[in-house]
Design a protein around this ligand. Structure first.
Ligand code: MN
Length: 202
């Protein structure tokens, strides 16, 4: 496996077909306060591409990939990443698959749906979350940060395969697909100020 670090955009020579695992690292969890710092990508082949984003970067190749209707973007907790990418790069990410939503719909035997939980329960892989709150705004990500950032995308394809089988078994594949189609709207509501409000509640 290899980690490739790029600055400002994905090089034109890097292509993804069918699906790509995506994650982001940011200055924090507030969509309107905290900027996007890093976008991680993997084809599910053990390699990871990290794109360092500085303020003002437009990242046109990355944006084109995020909007490519022929490439499914696989996230864990897509709601946050989709809103972050919309806010910082102006892109409507689609189509989207979220391993957290899929897990909540088919693994009703547990309330543990974190990425660490899914990797342990479904793949037998122990994931470290040590660098999660490190400073992602630094111009040069450390070796430890790069490894951590890569790990967050390396297992999403394998998780999707396991979760798709469980969704099919439980008859919830269509419900999951409908939730995934709604994610862009959920992210838009977050950015528009309805982040703490469930508009479906009474
Ligand atoms: Mn991450």
């Amino acid at each position: 496996m290899a980690i490739f670090l790029h600055y400002g955009d994905l090089p034109e020579t890097v292509h993804f077909t069918g699906s790509v695992a995506v994650d982001t690292e940011t200055m924090g969890l507030n969509l309107n306060r905290d900027r996007l710092c890093l976008v991680q990508l993997s084809a599910g082949d053990g390699d990871a591409h990290l794109v360092k984003i500085a303020p003002g970067d437009a990242a046109p190749n990355l944006v084109a990939l995020m909007a490519d209707p022929a490439v499914v973007k696989i996230f864990h907790f897509a709601r946050f990443d989709v809103a972050m990418l919309k806010k910082n790069l102006g892109v409507d990410v689609a189509p989207v698959y979220c391993t957290k939503i899929a897990s909540k719909l088919c693994r009703t035997n547990t309330d543990r749906h974190g990425l660490k939980d899914l990797c342990r329960d479904l793949l037998g892989v122990e994931l470290s979350k040590e660098q999660q709150t490190s400073d992602w705004g630094a111009p040069e990500p450390s070796a430890e940060q790069q490894q951590y950032a890569a790990n967050d995308v390396l297992h999403l394809h394998a998780l999707k395969a396991k979760l798709d089988a469980l969704l099919a078994r439980e008859g919830r594949a269509e419900l999951a697909a409908a939730c995934h189609r709604f994610l862009a709207t959920r992210a838009a509501l977050d950015l528009a100020g309805w982040d703490e409000v469930d508009i479906f509640a009474h």
